[in-house]
Structures are given as C-alpha cells and as structure tokens.
Design a protein. Structure first.
Length: 166
C-alpha cells in the first residue's frame, strides 16, 4: 500500500515539475511583463509584393513602450539568405492599455497555431530577457490572412504609426 502511495506522490511531483518547465518556455504576456524585463521580437512579413523585417523591443518603465528598427535587406546570397544592408530606427512608442490588451490577444492568437492559406506569411520570434539573460523564446508563423480581427494589435499597425509618409 505504501509503494502505491509513493508512486502516486512521485507522479504528482513529476507532473508539477513538467508543467512548470512548459510554462517557463513561454514569454510573458505584454500586460504582465515585469519591470526590468524586455521582450525582443523579430517580425518578418512576406508576400507576393512585399518583404520586410522589423526588430521590436518592448520594455516597461511605468508604461509599456516599444522601440522599432526596420532591417533593410539586400539581395539573396547563396547559402546565407538575404543580407542585412541597413538598420533604420523608426522610433519609440508608448503603448496604450488598448494596445497592450490587443498585443496580448495577438500573442494568444499566434499560440493557437492559426491556419495557413494566405500568400502573405508573417514569421515571428519573441524572446524574453531578464538581467541580460534569455529566459524564454517562442516562434510563430501566421499565414491566416485574419486581418478582419479588429481586437488584435498588429505589429504592422505599430510600425505604421512610426513610418514617415512617402
């Protein structure tokens, strides 16, 4: 009888450890990002008539803010892909509560593994950093063309706020 109880206790302990390990693999939501931590995102969007890459750094002092850099790309180099030719700082944004809530929903949407079928595909990598160390990383691909969802704060919307008119 004691052996069965010991096995049950061991299984419970193992499951607790595994569930904590799985949770640690995920970055914080934008609304729960602790002061001093940073979410660094690389966002690449490509389609029939466009290709763009941005680096976004989300950080909190009193409010959540983001710094956005556009990575300009040169031609394809065999074996190396696109080469980075220039980094253009687009600027900084202080995000509203609605922005942050929409970014949390965007992260939830990405985690749901949205369906494919669109010619525009977004590739997203998000890493959380604490005291200079990476604590979690997630990668997503979105080829869903779900632009009708108005409850999401899209990365392209944040970029558009900082781009200068041509």
């Amino acid at each position: 009888m004691h052996t069965l109880r010991n096995i049950q206790m061991t299984m419970v302990a193992v499951l607790c450890v595994l569930s904590r390990a799985a949770a640690a693999d995920k970055v914080s939501t934008f609304s729960s990002l602790p002061k001093g931590d940073e979410l660094e995102m690389t966002f690449t969007t490509s389609g029939c008539f466009h290709f763009a890459t941005y680096e976004l750094k989300f950080h909190r002092s009193t409010e959540l803010a983001v710094s956005i850099v556009q990575i300009e790309r040169g031609g394809l180099v065999v074996g190396k892909g696109h080469t980075s030719t220039n980094r253009v700082s687009l600027g900084d944004l202080t995000l509203t509560e609605a922005d942050v809530a929409g970014l949390d929903r965007l992260l939830q949407f990405y985690r749901s593994s949205p369906r494919d079928g669109c010619t525009t595909v977004d590739t997203i990598s998000v890493s959380q950093h604490h005291a200079g160390k990476t604590t979690a990383t997630e990668q997503f691909t979105d080829g869903s063309c779900s632009y009708a969802r108005k409850d999401l704060t899209r990365i392209s919307e944040l970029v558009a706020r900082l781009q200068k008119p041509k």
